[in-house]
Design a protein around this ligand. Structure first.
Ligand code: NAD
Ligand code: IPM
Ligand code: MN
Length: 353
């Protein structure tokens, strides 16, 4: 019997609806593989911010630093500025725990109609490797001249040699294992300092992986090519912002953003990694049992894999695949009428069958 301690942060909106789905699947699968989970649940959220003036307590990060992994639903609520909620919780976790890889796989599954004509199941199998702790997301900058015609805002992007190298190496090694290719997103034609620097370091790293072919594509053209021919891509390596945008795009290509999973990984395992679906708190559908729990369930599979339970992870993925292929039970975003709970139940029943 293996026991894991998980820090659970359901968060806001549909985060609170998809997190129980992930836990149900973890318990169901865990029971068959001799794995149990102890959850410490934290109410860190916009509701807490409204009540207590902070998304999490001052010692919040210390309280989750000893867990085997963190599972987060989603954060964000209308009425609380997004930069306040996200920089008060999600982004500090990624940074303090040096989760510099944001790993976002996506596939077109049998039984799911992609809105993209050329995206067929079995052919589209991508992984976005997103740099997760530096780049365009930075605290450096400020505003001045508030309220005057001369008002201005400056936001600095931060790219370090070590930061770019480690994410590039991660993507190249992943492509090596997959027998695939790396496409690096750039914008060196318009962004004259950081992006040529990114390109140079990525190319240097690629020279050490002769078995992996590396292509660099400007982000604008890459978005178009992904829609026109998603099957030709394998590992997409991107900076923080480009990776963020690419992962919603690739999720949509696979049928919708409710499907996509993510792992915020600290590869050295000095700190816990955090698992969360790619989507946000979806205030437009929250509280209605309409949320697709697939992204959260697939994320649970990534958590299992990260904790060394590869077989259990594969079983979760097979169950997801099976339910989708049967095409009976699906949530409204995928053209069905099942609730969050009904879809989760179908996945659980599939694993038990
Ligand atoms: P979103 O991902 O929440 O929603 C975008 C659209 O996709 C909405 O129409 C929503 O209904 C739909 N959608 C998302 N997840 C779905 C699911 N599981 N099933 C069915 N439909 C789904 O993005 P947004 O609207 O830009 O952001 C809403 C809030 O979430 C904001 O406060 C934002 O800052 C926050 N956010 C948080 C995270 C996170 O915590 N990891 C990620 C992204 C956005
Ligand atoms: C994501 C989200 C976050 C990000 C936001 C909410 C800060 O969009 O995880 O994709 O951009 O990293
Ligand atoms: Mn995003």
């Amino acid at each position: 019997m293996t026991n894991h301690r998980i820090a659970l942060i359901p968060g806001d909106g549909i985060g609170r609806e998809v997190t129980p789905a992930a836990c149900a699947v973890l318990s169901g699968i865990g029971a068959r593989h001799g794995i149990t989970f102890d959850y410490d649940e934290f109410d860190w959220s916009c509701a807490r911010y409204r009540d207590q003036g902070a998304m999490m307590p001052e010692n919040g990060l210390d309280r989750i630093s000893g867990h085997d992994a963190i599972f987060l639903g989603a954060v964000g609520e209308v009425g609380v500025p997004d930069h306040v909620s996200l920089w008060g919780l999600l982004i500090p976790i990624r940074r303090r725990f040096n989760q510099y890889v944001n790993l976002r796989p996506i596939k077109v599954f049998e039984g799911v109609d992609s809105p993209v004509r050329g995206a067929r199941s079995g052919e589209v199998d991508l992984v976005v490797v997103r740099e997760n702790v530096e780049g365009e997301y930075s605290e450096i900058g400020g505003r001045s001249g508030q309220g005057t015609e001369a008002e201005m805002a400056v936001q600095e992007a931060v790219f370090t040699r070590a930061g770019v190298r480690r994410i590039a190496e991660y993507a190249l090694r992943l492509a090596e294992r997959r027998g695939g290719t790396v496409t690096s997103a750039t914008k060196s034609n318009g962004i004259v300092h950081t992006m040529p620097f990114w390109d140079e370091i990525v190319a240097e790293c690629a020279a050490g992986h002769p078995g992996v072919s590396l292509t660099s594509e400007h982000i604008d053209a890459l978005c178009a090519k992904l829609v026109l021919n998603p099957a030709r891509f394998d590992v997409l390596l991107a900076s923080n912002l480009f990776g963020d945008i690419l992962s919603d795009l690739t999720a949509a290509i696979a049928g919708g953003i409710g499907i996509a999973p993510a792992g915020n990984i600290n590869p050295e395992r000095e700190f816990p990694s955090m698992f969360e679906p790619v989507h946000g708190s979806a205030p437009d559908i929250a509280g209605k049992e309409l949320a697709n729990p697939l992204g959260a369930i697939w994320t649970a599979a990534m958590l299992l894999d990260h904790l060394g339970h590869t077989e259990a992870a594969v079983e979760v993925e097979s169950a997801m695949r099976g339910v989708l292929a049967e095409a009976r039970v699906r949530t409204p975003d995928l053209g069905g009428s099942a609730t969050t709970g009904e879809f989760t139940k179908a996945v659980l029943e599939f694993t038990e069958a």
